[in-house]
Design a protein around this ligand. Structure first.
Ligand code: MTE
Ligand code: MO
Length: 383
C-alpha cells in the first residue's frame, strides 16, 4: 500500500491515527527540554510520507504572477544565507480531545502535545523570493500577486488524491522580520522524512497547517489558496454553527494562533501523596507575541500564584546574538503544596495582554480547533 514505506518512529509516541500517521509524545517529554527532540516532536500528516531519494534532482518551481519564474535546486537554496529560528509549531487541533468531551467534534483527537519547539535551519523565504525578482517588503507584484501558495508532493484524501497546500500573504513572505523559512534542518540535523525532508516551509507564530512539508512548488497568486485546508478546514466557527448550517465562505482561514498553555508534569488525573507538587508546562502565543505571565491555581481558580518562566538559549546551535526567542514557547514551573485532592489550573497571558478563555464550552467549534481554554488537571491525594 501507499503506507508500506513509512519511516521508523519512537515507541513512546501516542498514536492518534495510523494511516495517515498522527502521533504525539507523552506530556512529560515536552517539559524535559526547551528544544523538543525530533523523534518526540508531534507528527501531523494527511497522507503517506513521500519519498525523495534523489536530492540532486529535487527542485522547487516558483511561478505564477511574476516576471521571472524559476526552478530552484537544493544547491541554490543552500547558497543563500542560513538562519536558525527557534519556533514553536502547534497544530490547530491541539487539545481537541478535551473539546470533543464537551460535545463531539470532527477531527483527529489530540491531548496537549500536538505542539513542539524546534530550531529550524534554512533560507528565509524573503531571500528566496528575491531570486525571482520580488523585493523585500512587497505586498503585491506588478502583475497582481498578493499571496504565496506552497504546494507539497504528498497525496491527501481531502484533496481527492492531490497535494496538501496552503498560502500566506506576500507581505508576510517578503518580510525578513517574519522569519518565514524554507527549512532543511531541524535541531541542527537534516529534516527527517516525517517532518518534510528535504524542504519544508516554517511560518512562525501561525498554526502548523500553513507550514507545508515536502515542498514541491511555490505559486504567486492573486487570491489566497483555494485548497481544502485553507477553505474547508482550519477555520474558527462559533458554537452555534454545526454541520447542517455551516457556510465555509463566511470565515477566514485561521493564521496566528492565540495564547495557549498546558500543564505537562501531571496527567488529567494523577494520584499523589500530600505535600509539594511540581507544576510545569509550556506557554506560547502566536504572531510573535511573547508570554507575559503564567498563573497557576491549586484551589480550582479561587487563588493564583505566578509560575516562573524559562527560555533556554544556551544550546550550541542557537546563534549567540539571539537573546530572546519571540517565536518560541516558554516553559513554566512552580512548586505548590497540595494537602488534599483538588483541581490544578494554569492560564497564560501574552505580551498583548491577551488571556485564555476560562471554559472550553464557550469556544466549542465543530472542527475542534484552538482549544486554548484554561488547562485543568485533577490530583487525588492519598496517604
Ligand atoms: N504539509 C503537508 N505537505 N502535508 C500535511 O499533511 N500537515 C500540516 C503541516 N504541513 C501537513 C503539512 C499540519 S496540519 C501541521 S500541524 C504540521 O504540518 C505538522 O508538522 P509536523 O508533522 O512536522 O509536526
Ligand atoms: Mo495541524
Amino acid at each position: 500500500s501507499d503506507y508500506a514505506q513509512e519511516p521508523p518512529r519512537h515507541p513512546s509516541l501516542k498514536i492518534n491515527s495510523k494511516q495517515p500517521f498522527n502521533a504525539e509524545p507523552p506530556r512529560s517529554a515536552l517539559v524535559s527540554s526547551y528544544v523538543t527532540p525530533v523523534d518526540l516532536f508531534y507528527k501531523r500528516n494527511h497522507g503517506p510520507i513521500p519519498i525523495v531519494d534523489d536530492i540532486e534532482r529535487y527542485s522547487v518551481t516558483i511561478s505564477g504572477l511574476i516576471d521571472r519564474p524559476r526552478e530552484l535546486f537544493m544547491k541554490d537554496i543552500w547558497k543563500l544565507p542560513k538562519y536558525n529560528v527557534t519556533a514553536t509549531l502547534q497544530c490547530a487541533g491541539n487539545r481537541r480531545t478535551a473539546m470533543s468531551n464537551v460535545r463531539k467534534v470532527r477531527g483527529v483527537g489530540w491531548d496537549v502535545s500536538a505542539i513542539g519547539n524546534a530550531v529550524w535551519g534554512g533560507a528565509k523565504l524573503a531571500d528566496v523570493l528575491e531570486l525571482v525578482g520580488i523585493s523585500k517588503l512587497t505586498s503585491a507584484t506588478k502583475s497582481g500577486g498578493k499571496h504565496v501558495e506552497f504546494v507539497s508532493i504528498d497525496k491527501c484524501k481531502e484533496e481527492n488524491g492531490g497535494p496538501y497546500k496552503a498560502s500566506i500573504p506576500l507581505s508576510q513572505a517578503t518580510n525578513p522580520e517574519a522569519d518565514v523559512l524554507l527549512a532543511y534542518e531541524m535541531n541542527g540535523e537534516p529534516l527527517n522524512r516525517d517532518h518534510g525532508y528535504p524542504l519544508r516551509v516554517v511560518v512562525p507564530g501561525v498554526i502548523g497547517a500553513r507550514s507545508v512539508k515536502w515542498l514541491d512548488s511555490i505559486n504567486i497568486i492573486a487570491k489566497e489558496c483555494q485548497g481544502f485546508f485553507m477553505q474547508k478546514d482550519y477555520k474558527m466557527f462559533p458554537p452555534s454553527v454545526d454541520w447542517d448550517n455551516i457556510n465555509w465562505s463566511t470565515r477566514r482561514p485561521q493564521m496566528d494562533f492565540p495564547v495557549q498553555c498546558a500543564i505537562c508534569s501531571l496527567e488529567d488525573v494523577t494520584a499523589i501523596k500530600p505535600g509539594k507538587v511540581k507544576v510545569s508546562g509550556y506557554a506560547a502565543s502566536g504572531g510573535g507575541r511573547g508570554i507575559e505571565r503564567v498563573d497557576v491555581s491549586i484551589d480550582g481558580s479561587k487563588t493564583w500564584v505566578e509560575a516562573s518562566r524559562h527560555q533556554k538559549t544556551g544550546v550550541s546551535y542557537i546563534a549567540d546574538d539571539m537573546t530572546s526567542d519571540k517565536w518560541a514557547w516558554v516553559l513554566f514551573d512552580v512548586a505548590v503544596d497540595v494537602p488534599h485532592s483538588t483541581e490544578i489550573v494554569a492560564k497564560a497571558v501574552d505580551s498583548a495582554s491577551n488571556v485564555q478563555p476560562e471554559n472550553v464550552q464557550d469556544i466549542w467549534n465543530l472542527r475542534g480547533i484552538l482549544n486554548t481554554s484554561w488547562h485543568r488537571v485533577q490530583v487525588r491525594v492519598g496517604h
